[in-house]
Design a protein around this ligand. Structure first.
Ligand SMILES: NC(=O)c1ccc[n+]([C@@H]2O[C@H](COP(=O)([O-])OP(=O)(O)OC[C@H]3O[C@@H](n4cnc5c(N)ncnc54)[C@H](OP(=O)(O)O)[C@@H]3O)[C@@H](O)[C@H]2O)c1
Length: 327
């Protein structure tokens, strides 16, 4: 089968190619999927540049999320039947003709959804659902601040936070050029990170601060997050886009005094320890997509050959929302 391959760590597309690899067979408890569409994610970029804990070896097949049809079932798996349209969180290996995943992570695609729409669900939309639900514990009316609000996950969080009952929705972006995309995604106000962010957010929250802060910027903005979090609020760290070394967490005294909680999030962690929670969140977002409550308009890229350019757009910060590769 054909797969996208990273031969060596690289900051650009020079070590990425489409190549032939052995077609994987499902082991016990696994399902093989004929991939029809696969999401492009910043996590592919982190694997390609060699960030610790992402690529499991070289050459490496990236790909976090797929939509396709069931190709075959491993021992002990009774469904969905071969040929059923499904979506699944793959963690790795999704940018290939065939992906093999744990059966618990496979969810049927409701009628009426295209493979390209469904391919946004297992990684990007499910990450948003898990961040807001089990990890962020969003309550009705809570204010939410999302850093990197114009990215794929950032835009997904805006739509889903409203459906989960969020009140004021604030986004931050690293450059003014991305503010319009974040506003279009549904944020009430978008702030360019830098001087003045604390005053601006205090003003927007009438001095109260923010109930839930979702931060994919490593630990670079944690001091600012602590200044911005409301009493009883939560900060969730869920990425390290810049790839800079992570700093130690603030001393416990800061958390006592600030009445603040700092938590971490990893969809791969949920998939490994509690796959049913990933499947539940994936079912939720697929149902919302099929009912029209959530809309996604991914940029569709044709063929694995064009995936490296989409990944490079994300790496360069030129990404415009979500990209999906049609196979
Ligand atoms: N923990 C998990 O399980 C999990 C799951 C999915 C995604 N994530 C994380 O969520 C983030 C968004 O993912 P995505 O797929 O939505 O990616 P995306 O669409 O490419 O968005 C990434 C955003 O990160 C910022 N960025 C890009 N390059 C950067 C760099 N070199 N240094 C600092 N900031 C940079 C940009 O926002 P600014 O406007 O802020 O510059 C960009 O909009 C990533 O950090 C990803 O690792 C984590």
């Amino acid at each position: 089968m054909r797969a996208l391959l990273f031969d060596q760590p690289a900051a650009d597309t020079s070590t990425t190619r489409v190549g032939e690899v052995a077609t994987p067979e499902p082991g016990p408890g696994e399902v093989a999927i004929d991939v029809r569409a696969a999401g492009v994610n910043f996590i592919d970029v982190m694997a390609r540049r060699g960030d610790a804990g992402y690529a499991t070896g070289w050459p490496f097949v990236p790909g976090l999320e797929v939509a396709g049809t069931v190709r075959s079932l491993g021992a002990g798996v009774s469904g969905p039947a071969v040929g059923t349209p499904v979506a699944a969180f793959t963690a790795t290996g999704g940018l290939a003709d065939v992906a093999v995943v744990r059966g618990e992570l496979v969810v049927e695609i409701p009628a009426g959804l295209s493979f390209e729409q469904a391919a946004v669900a297992p990684g990007t939309l499910t990450t948003a659902a898990l961040l807001l639900g089990p990890t962020g514990r969003l309550r009705e009316g809570d204010s939410v601040l999302v850093h990197s609000a114009a990215g794929g996950v950032g835009q997904a969080l805006a739509s889903l936070a409203r459906l989960h009952g969020a009140g004021l929705l604030l986004g931050t972006v690293g450059g003014a050029g991305r503010a319009a995309a974040a506003e279009k995604a549904g944020y009430d106000a978008v702030v360019v990170r830098g001087d003045g962010i604390v005053d601006r957010v205090r003003e927007l929250t009438d001095g109260r601060g923010v109930d839930l802060i979702l931060d994919p910027q490593g630990t670079d903005w944690i001091e600012t997050d602590l200044e911005l979090v409301a009493a009883g609020g939560r900060i969730v760290l869920f990425g390290n886009a810049g790839g800079t070394p992570l700093a130690s967490l603030p001393a416990a005294g800061r958390l006592f005094g600030g009445n603040a909680a700092i938590g971490g999030f990893s969809i791969r962690g949920y998939a490994a320890k509690a796959p049913w929670m990933v499947a539940e969140a994936l079912s939720e977002v697929l149902q919302r997509l099929s009912r029209g409550e959530l809309q996604v308009e991914p940029t569709v890229v044709d063929g694995l050959e064009n995936a490296p350019e989409a990944q490079q757009a994300l790496a360069d910060g030129r990404g415009e929302g979500k990209y999906v590769v049609r196979l």
